[in-house]
Design a protein around this ligand. Structure first.
Ligand SMILES: Nc1ncnc2c1ncn2[C@@H]1O[C@H](COP(=O)(O)OP(=O)(O)O)[C@@H](O)[C@H]1O
Ligand SMILES: O=P(O)(O)OC[C@H]1O[C@](O)(COP(=O)(O)O)[C@@H](O)[C@@H]1O
Length: 307
C-alpha cells in the first residue's frame, strides 16, 4: 500500500482573472475549490493513474469536511485525523503571473503527533510512505526523523517531498526517493542552483548519502534523475501553462505509479515528468490519457549507463 502523509492539507481556492493588481479590487471570472496539500495531490494523481493509496493527515472545520468528502467521492481512501484547527485555505491567483498565498498548517497536538507516528508503525515492509508538503513546527523538531526511523526499521519505502531544514536530516536516513526542485536542493546545500550540471552535482551527493532515487525537478526545464547506476536528464515537453500547482506532486505520483507497475527507474522517471507536464496544462491535475500521450514525446538522455 502507498500512504501519503500530508500534515498541512489545504483547500486550494483557485481563481482565474485577466489582470491582477495589488492594493485594488480585483474581480475573478472563474473560481475553483480543489483539495490541496502535496500528499493529497499525490493521492489524487495516483488514483487517476490507476494506483490506490491511502491519504493520511489532519483535517478540521468546514474546509476539512469538504476536503474529506471530495477525496472520498473520488474513491480515495482517507485516514484523516480530525483536528480543532480549521484546514487552511490557500489562494492561487492565475493571471498574467501565478501568485500564491499559502496559510500556516494546523497546530499539531502531542496526541495527533503520536497518532501519526503510530499509524506508520502499523505499516508493512514494502509499503510506501510519501511525506509531502510542509511540516509545521508544532509537529516537533524530531517528527520527520522519527517517522523516517520507523520506516527504516520496518522496511517501508520513504519518499520525501518537503522543504526546509528537515530535508538535511531525512537525506541521511536512506529514503527511497527524494524529489526536491532546484530551489529546495540549493537550500539543502546552501547554494544557488541555476543549471542542470549544478543540480547533477548535488543530486549525486544525496545519492552518496544513501538516497536510492533522486529526482530534481526544474519546472519548464524538465528534471534530472540520479541513482547509483543510472543518471538521466529529461526535457519537459512544451505545453500550454494553465496551472502549475501540483506539478511536482504529479511527478512523484507518476514515478511511483510506474515503478509499482514494474517499469524500470528510467521509464518511471519519464512517466513522472509526463505527469508533471500534463498537470501544468490543466486546471485540476493531470488525466491518465494525457500522461500516456506525453510520455511518448519526452526526450530522456542517459548521462550514465546502468540497469
Ligand atoms: N512550464 C512547464 N512546462 C512543462 N512542464 C512543466 C512546466 N512546469 C513544470 N513542469 C513539469 O512538472 C515537473 C515538476 O515541476 P516543478 O515546478 O519543478 O515542481 P514543484 O511543483 O515541486 O516546484 C517538471 O519536472 C516538469 O515535468
Ligand atoms: O505545486 P506543488 O509544489 O507540487 O504543490 C502544490 C500544493 O502545495 C501547496 O502549495 C501547499 O504547499 P506547502 O505544504 O509547502 O505549504 C498546496 O496549496 C498545493 O496543493
Amino acid at each position: 500500500m502507498i500512504y501519503t502523509y500530508t500534515l498541512t492539507p489545504s483547500l486550494d481556492y483557485t481563481v482565474y482573472l485577466p489582470g491582477f493588481s495589488t492594493g485594488k479590487l480585483n474581480r475573478s471570472e472563474e473560481v475553483y475549490y480543489y483539495p490541496g496539500g502535496k500528499g493529497i495531490n499525490v493521492s489524487r494523481v495516483l488514483k487517476r493513474l490507476g494506483t490506490d493509496s491511502t491519504a493520511v493527515g489532519l483535517a478540521g472545520g468546514f474546509t476539512g469536511d469538504y476536503l474529506e468528502q471530495f477525496l472520498q467521492d473520488e474513491g480515495i481512501r482517507t485516514e484523516l485525523i480530525r483536528t480543532d484547527s480549521v484546514t487552511r485555505i490557500n489562494v492561487k491567483i492565475k493571471s498574467e503571473q501565478e501568485t500564491e498565498l499559502n496559510g500556516p498548517g494546523p497546530e499539531i497536538t502531542e496526541k495527533e503527533r503520536l497518532q501519526l507516528l503510530d499509524r506508520a508503525r502499523r505499516m508493512e515492509r514494502g509499503d510506501w510512505l510519501v511525506l509531502a508538503g510542509r511540516i509545521p513546527d508544532s509537529a516537533g523538531a524530531d517528527f520527520a526523523s522519527e517517522l523516517a526511523g520507523i520506516c527504516r526499521d520496518i522496511g517501508v519505502r520513504l519518499a520525501v517531498d518537503t522543504s526546509g531544514p528537515v530535508l538535511k536530516e531525512l537525506a541521511g536516513m536512506q529514503p527511497e526517493l527524494m524529489k526536491p526542485n532546484e530551489h529546495e536542493l540549493g537550500e539543502l546545500f546552501g547554494v544557488e542552483i541555476g543549471t542542470k550540471e549544478e543540480a547533477l552535482k548535488y543530486a549525486r551527493l544525496l545519492v552518496g548519502q544513501g538516497v536510492r532515487h533522486v529526482i530534481v525537478s526544474m519546472g519548464g526545464e524538465g528534471a534530472l534523475y540520479v541513482s547509483e547506476s543510472v543518471e538521466a536528464e529529461a526535457q519537459a515537453p512544451e505545453v500550454k501553462v494553465v496551472n502549475t500547482v501540483g506539478a511536482g506532486d504529479s511527478l512523484v505520483s507518476g514515478f511511483i505509479s510506474a515503478l509499482e507497475s514494474g517499469e524500470s527507474a528510467k521509464d518511471a522517471f519519464t512517466y513522472g515528468v509526463a505527469a508533471g507536464s500534463a498537470t501544468v496544462s490543466r486546471s485540476d491535475l493531470c488525466r491518465k490519457k494525457d500522461v500516456d500521450a506525453l510520455a511518448g514525446q519526452i526526450t530522456v538522455t542517459r548521462l550514465k549507463e546502468g540497469e
